[in-house]
Design a protein around this ligand. Structure first.
Ligand code: HEC
Ligand code: HEC
Ligand code: HEC
Length: 427
């Protein structure tokens, strides 16, 4: 009896020790705010930060760069992006480079607490030492902003950070992005940027119930802040015309490709950031993504061109429908045949994946909230109709656009879907 108790105790203590070792991370010593960085390293870091979209999530509540406080909405609750300015008390001013590297690679903060993967460290873990040094130099030379990060609003038990040790064990795959010697140097550079800093999969790959990207389904389509990140693979891309490396390059760098559509919603912010990145790097990402999609098929493209030409004149069957009336009044001035915007060579709605996609989600977001360039910048602009059209009217114009501009089956449950999307926060 006593022996059994002893055995159970020993096993219990050993198990606790193993769990303890798995969830315990040491605090790393604070340093005084580092300085004296090579300006060239800082410039390189700024370009890498743009590829990583650090500024998008870490924007301050009053818009100050990197001051944090912006809630990243997840199915499990809101996680506030931290202050990553070098402010010593509320930011990362006391973080050594080793502490920064550990956060980016292991998802553990300076004090040893686990971070949540709303911070895409599952991708940043692939970033090289040299690139992390540049990012560190860039962040440490930003304007320090004293701004405490609000506490997360997460449901029990997810508010217990050590739980993430288990998540990491299952889903954090560390190490460099493998090089494929059969592919070009450009392609390999693209793979490194897309899989690592670019974290493109975060929005373009489906997530499982634990919030991790599903293995084996990379780039088959995901969700992002109430939008859908379209599939980018040959089998899943909704695009009417196959994406080429040139088209993706334009879309990423200029925010619009006339053979497809404008970058909208969360993708608008991604392409806005990429507009300042060295062209060769964007080109490399485009070349990698293009290798996932199908090669263009001239016969198919001919058919799409014919159908789009036919859509210039709306089919008689749609005459007098509520959608036709709304389109004529609210949309045709920009999207109708002969509209100045169309004569300037802008894409037909039939080329937009928002209109050809299996669900009306992205098209609904565009109609409700419109498209706005970043303050003070030029770019495609469309008014939002959330205040002027009700759910039934938005649904009617969606169904009309789908029927007129594409040969895809009608969407179902459109009005309910519009109603639900209207409750989402605009992004
Ligand atoms: C998709 C949104 C998102 C992006 C993009 C993002 N972060 Fe974050 N980051 C977060 C969130 C949310 C947290 C807080 C996580 C938590 O509380 O566990 C965070 C935390 C951090 C932390 C830990 C700070 C601390 O005080 O604990 C660092 C360092 C960091 N991010 C750096 C970066 C860098 C560098 C980039 C760009 C390469 C970046 N982040 C891009 C969302 C993001
Ligand atoms: C924060 C989420 C998010 C991230 C990160 C993201 N995307 Fe997107 N992406 C979207 C959404 C949403 C759309 C659909 C709206 C649109 O077409 O602009 C989209 C659309 C696209 C499209 C057009 C697809 C089509 O058929 O119209 C391409 C190409 C694309 N993304 C490439 C990328 C690449 C490359 C990266 C990484 C550098 C990336 N995305 C990162 C959310 C994201
Ligand atoms: C003032 C001009 C204007 C009006 C009015 C307008 N749009 Fe747009 N719309 C744009 C611009 C600009 C784009 C971006 C693509 C481009 O530049 O060609 C766009 C894009 C779109 C897209 C594709 C999204 C993308 O990623 O490019 C859809 C769908 C759309 N509009 C639907 C509508 C509908 C439906 C209406 C009427 C309810 C409407 N628009 C009214 C200017 C307009």
């Amino acid at each position: 009896m006593r022996l059994r108790v002893a055995v159970i105790t020993v096993v219990g203590v050993a198990a606790l020790a193993i769990v303890g070792a798995a969830i315990w991370r040491p605090a790393l010593s604070p340093v005084s705010v580092p300085s004296g960085f090579d300006p060239a390293l800082v410039v390189k870091g700024s370009q890498l930060a743009a590829i990583g979209d650090c500024a998008v999530c870490h924007v301050g509540r009053d818009g100050q760069a990197y001051a944090g406080g912006n809630p990243v909405q997840t199915p499990f609750g809101a996680i506030y992006a931290s202050n990553i300015t070098p402010d010593p008390s509320t930011g990362i001013g006391t973080w050594s480079e080793a502490a920064f590297r550990r956060a980016m690679r292991d998802g553990v903060d300076r004090a040893g607490a686990f971070l949540y993967p709303a911070f895409p460290y599952n991708h940043y873990t692939h970033v090289t030492d040299a690139d992390l040094s540049a990012l560190y130099a860039f962040l440490m030379t930003r304007q320090p902003v004293p701004a405490p990060t609000p506490a997360n609003r997460l449901l029990f038990p997810l508010n217990i950070r050590p739980i993430m040790a288990g998540w990491n064990l299952l889903f954090l795959h560390q190490g460099p992005v493998p090089t494929d010697p059969s592919q070009s140097e450009t392609w390999n550079r693209g793979a490194y940027l897309v899989e690592g800093l670019g974290h493109c999969e975060a929005c373009h790959t489906p997530h499982n119930v634990l919030g991790a990207e599903e293995t084996g389904h990379a780039f088959t389509g995901g969700v992002a802040e109430g939008w859908e990140g379209p599939g980018l693979t040959a089998a899943t891309s909704p695009a009417a015309v196959a994406w080429t490396a040139d088209a993706i390059d334009r879309f990423l760098r200029q925010g619009i490709d006339n053979g497809h559509a404008a970058a909208a919603g969360p993708m608008g912010l991604v392409s806005h950031d990429l507009s300042g990145v060295p062209e060769a790097d964007v080109r490399a990402m485009a070349s990698y993504i293009a290798s996932l999609t199908s090669a263009p098929d001239p016969a198919h493209e001919q058919q799409v061109a014919q159908r789009i030409a036919a859509a210039q004149r709306p089919p008689a069957a749609l005459d007098g429908t509520p959608g036709a009336t709304i389109f004529a009044g609210a949309c045709a001035g920009c999207h109708g045949a002969g509209a100045p915007m169309m004569q300037a060579g802008r894409p037909s709605l039939g080329l937009s994946s928002a209109v050809t996609a299996p669900t009306p989600r992205n098209a609904t977001q565009v109609i409700l909230h419109g498209l706005q360039p970043q303050p003070g910048e030029a770019g495609p602009w469309m008014p939002g109709f959330a205040a002027s059209l009700d759910d039934a009217q938005v649904a009617a114009v969606l169904s009309y656009v789908r029927a007129r501009f594409t040969d895809r089956p009608a969407w179902t449950g459109v009005e309910e879907s519009v109603h639900q999307i209207r409750q989402d926060k605009p992004s």
